[in-house]
Design a protein around this ligand. Structure first.
Ligand code: RFL
Length: 393
């Protein structure tokens, strides 16, 4: 690893070392394309940032195709069931037996990030940690630059042929977008308290509970860690939720008295997530290209964000390689359109999930929501449709 004191140059400047930036970095570096990743956080923070966990079969295949799935083959586990709990009872969908017959691989995102980082560094990939991109300049030229703040506030400047913004929704990539780029924003009006518990999973399935108090979710992460979600009022202060209240409310909404107690343990992470969508269109402005959450923020209701990040990174890597190595710009010309087709389908399914899982205030809408759930319980065609979209991209 080299890290120039004042910055430097590379063909592709990648902002952000999340799943999108790291996959892109690995694929470009492997093709012999000179790239550098500028990452705001330090290495330890990346390895510690628990977020996603459910990887779609397409994501796993992508990583396998590029020889980047060793860690998840060893440490991941297959999950193919979800259970819905409502006041009317519960039902289970073994989605690995429905639709295309595929399952998720559960593998914590921070482990995937650590694997991708290790492989990238071992191959000699360049990354500047503790380097926050502040602004992207000259996106209408062939020589865009990124100004950044390195450790101890030291200003640095990087120049490239392309800038790949994989730095999330609030990153420098989005800030560089001009008025010709559209932002499609939707606040779904629902917030979740997102929790990590140091406790084994309580169900051998993803649990979705709809209770008059609101939604509760249960998702295994490892055999010792479980993610839970509790619908809460938008703007809730997580501090208003001490552990006892969390477990009492989870037990109530997941109907532990009827279906068995929850395995409780210390809550190690709690934060409020507003369920929002925010899609940029197009995903390219001259020499600036966006991927992952920088391109499209999606609510975690259908576990699509990290999967879309991987999909976009693979598409973008191929397009950049065609352009930089073979002089063929057509992949880059079509990158936005191709990526957005997947993004909008995922957004549609994610919104459908939101409307399925949260009690509606309006009685008419609430009856429709229950009818939707009832169709899912009873109709094989609906179940196949659900399974296909749930694991698919
Ligand atoms: P990331 O992972 O946010 O990485 C962006 C990186 O950019 C850095 N950065 C900057 N670096 C330099 N300069 C700047 N100005 C920078 N600004 C930011 C950051 O430090 C970071 O390292 O984006 P990426 O790669 O696009 O990946 C997206 C995914 O992380 C995200 O979509 C998922 O985590 C969403 N998500 C889930 N997705 C799934 O597919 N399955 C799931 O089960 C799932 N569960 C979740 C989730 C997101 C959650 N939260 C936190 C909203 C559960 C939760 C609670």
């Amino acid at each position: 690893m080299t890290e120039d004191q004042n910055g430097g140059s590379a063909q592709v400047l990648i902002l952000g070392a999340g799943p999108a930036g790291l996959l892109l970095g690995n694929l470009l570096h492997r093709e012999g394309i000179d790239c550098v990743i500028l990452e705001r956080a330090g290495r330890a923070t990346l390895a510690d940032r628990a977020r996603a966990g459910y990887l779609a079969p397409d994501t796993v295949r992508t990583l396998q195709r590029h020889g980047l799935a060793e860690g998840l083959s060893r440490g991941g586990s297959s999950h193919g069931s979800c259970e819905f709990r409502t006041e009317d009872g519960r039902f289970r969908l073994d989605y690995d037996q429905l639709g295309r017959g595929e399952a998720h691989t559960v593998y914590p995102q921070q482990q995937l990030v650590a694997d991708l980082l290790d492989t990238y560094l071992a191959a000699g990939g360049r990354i500047a940690f503790d380097t926050e991109a502040l602004a992207v300049h000259g996106t209408d030229t062939d020589a865009p630059t990124v100004t950044a703040r390195a450790a101890e506030g030291r200003p640095v400047r990087w120049q490239g042929r392309y800038v790949a913004a994989c730095d999330g929704r609030h990153g420098a990539g989005r800030r560089a977008l001009g008025p010709t780029v559209r932002h499609h924003r939707r606040d779904h009006g629902v917030s979740w308290l997102a929790l990590l518990a140091e406790a084994p999973p309580s169900l051998d399935a993803v649990g979705y509970a709809v209770h008059p108090h609101g939604f509760a979710g249960h998702m295994a992460r490892t055999d010792r860690i479980t993610r839970y979600y509790l619908q809460c009022e938008p703007g809730t202060d997580p501090a208003a939720w001490p552990q006892e209240r969390i477990w009492a409310e989870l037990s109530l909404r997941l109907q532990a008295d009827r279906y068995g107690p929850l395995h409780q343990g210390p809550i190690t992470q709690r934060g409020v997530v507003a369920l929002e969508s925010d899609v940029v269109e197009p995903l390219r402005q001259g020499s600036l290209l966006l991927a992952g959450d920088a391109a499209s923020l999606i609510s975690p209701s259908a576990a699509k964000g990290a999967n879309l990040a991987v999909l976009a990174a693979e598409l973008l890597a191929a397009a950049l390689a065609d352009d930089l190595l073979r002089g063929d710009p057509s992949g880059l010309d079509h990158y936005s359109e191709r990526c957005l087709a997947h993004i909008w389908r995922a957004q549609e399914f994610s919104r459908w999930m939101i409307r399925l899982l949260h009690p509606e205030r309006d009685p008419f809408q609430e009856r429709l929501r229950r009818a939707r759930l009832d169709s899912l319980r009873t109709s094989r065609a609906d179940q196949d449709w659900f399974a296909q979209h749930y694991v698919g991209l």
